[in-house]
Design a protein around this ligand. Structure first.
Ligand code: NAP
Length: 343
């Protein structure tokens, strides 16, 4: 304990944002380092994960989790290093993944956090648990294999294809035998990564006003599987280009900004689901909690044999945490957005 500083920095919610988050919505405050009690761990936080859902957690609305209160540290998951341990089987120096929030130090009780897990011994790169072997990789795995179910000869479309979830989803489709995999993304360098590194056949600019037509040109017979992370007008353009019997996977709707207001864009082409005998299905990755181990083994195998490429987009410093969240909604991240803490 002698090497611990006497203070803990926390990035707390100062006010609820209206649109994308700004630095002013948060405030960096300093308090004492918390003390762990019986059955608890004190963690020095090392890595923060950024997830679009976090934007929803700061809306003052009833949801699947209570909103972060004004004055509380921003809720977040990530990796922490154990500083003190009163938990059997968890030793000082070990890395664990759990809810750690935007702060330098945190006390956790593993029995009260269903997401708690120790980084497995021998894992070469623990940051894999933030992305490709963490929730975004698992989301891509189950959404694609359980709902999209691409097969031989299928043409697959993935939106937000340069992101943590989309990039993995598209590569899984290829691994599962899809004959063509098309993505959409914003910036040119991200689109180049999707084709040149992740191996998609094409990646279209979703900002192109003619994106609906471009999607048609890229696959005139339509898409058999559509894995959508974006929603809104882009999902509409995707539905327009769905093949007969298409499976449309509703993974997320980041274009809504996860703000509390009614989304600006509705769906205009949903009636095509009837004439094309297609279906749309949403899911939560947590529906498959009991199968995470199997999925992780597959994902880790594909990473190891080089068939699954992934990126970690790294920011540094707790003071930059609002920027980490903002980048997801501004399309600045390539792959998984993370932040390295330096406490
Ligand atoms: N169902 C589940 O259980 C589950 C679990 C985890 C995540 N998700 C969902 O999966 C999706 C991806 O999450 P992620 O963590 O992997 O994030 P991500 O894809 O790494 O980052 C978000 C990306 O979305 C794109 N984007 C942002 N705003 C957009 C807009 N208005 N229009 C079009 N594209 C926009 C941006 O890329 P470009 O603009 O370059 O394309 C941005 O980089 C999100 O919708 C998230 O809510 C669902």
């Amino acid at each position: 304990m002698t090497d611990l500083p006497d203070h803990n920095r926390q990035m707390v919610l100062r006010e609820r944002p209206k649109g994308n988050v700004s630095d002013d919505n948060f405030e960096l405050v300093t308090g004492p380092v918390p003390t762990a009690g019986a059955g608890e761990l004190l963690l020095r936080n090392r890595w923060l994960s950024f997830d679009p859902a976090q934007r929803g957690w700061i809306n003052d609305i009833r949801s699947y989790v209570p909103p972060v209160a004004i004055g509380e540290p921003m809720r977040a998951y990530g990796l922490g290093e154990v500083v003190t341990s009163d938990v059997e089987g968890i030793s000082v120096g070990q890395l664990v993944h759990c809810k750690i929030d935007w702060q330098d130090y945190v006390v956790v009780d593993p029995s009260k956090d269903a997401t708690f897990e120790a980084v497995p011994d021998g894992m070469s790169d623990p940051t894999l648990l933030l992305g490709v072997l963490g929730l975004t990789g698992l989301t891509a795995y189950f959404g694609m294999t359980e709902i999209g179910r691409p097969g031989e000869g299928d043409t697959v479309l993935v939106t937000a294809a340069a992101g943590a979830t989309g990039s993995v989803a598209g590569q899984i489709a290829r691994i599962k035998g899809a004959s063509r995999v098309i993505g959409t993304a914003g910036a040119a360098d991200k689109r180049a990564w999707v084709t040149d590194v992740a191996g998609f056949d094409d990646c279209l600019d979703h900002y192109d006003e003619k994106v609906r037509r471009k999607l048609f040109d890229a696959a005139p017979k339509g898409y058999n599987v559509i894995y959508d992370n974006v929603g809104g007008s882009l999902l509409d353009a995707c539905i327009f280009n769905a093949a007969v019997k298409a499976r449309i996977v509703l993974c997320g709707a980041i274009s809504t900004g996860y703000r509390p207001e009614k989304p600006e864009v509705g769906l205009h082409f949903y009636q095509l689901l009837t004439t094309r005998s297609a279906r749309m299905e949403g899911f939560l990755v947590s529906n498959y909690e009991d199968q995470y181990a199997r999925a992780r083994a597959d994902l880790a195998g594909w990473v190891a044999d080089g068939s699954l490429h992934h990126e970690l987009d790294v920011l540094e410093g707790l003071e930059n945490a609002p920027e980490g969240l903002r980048r997801l909604f501004a399309g600045k991240n390539l792959g998984k957005q993370a932040l390295k803490l330096s406490a």
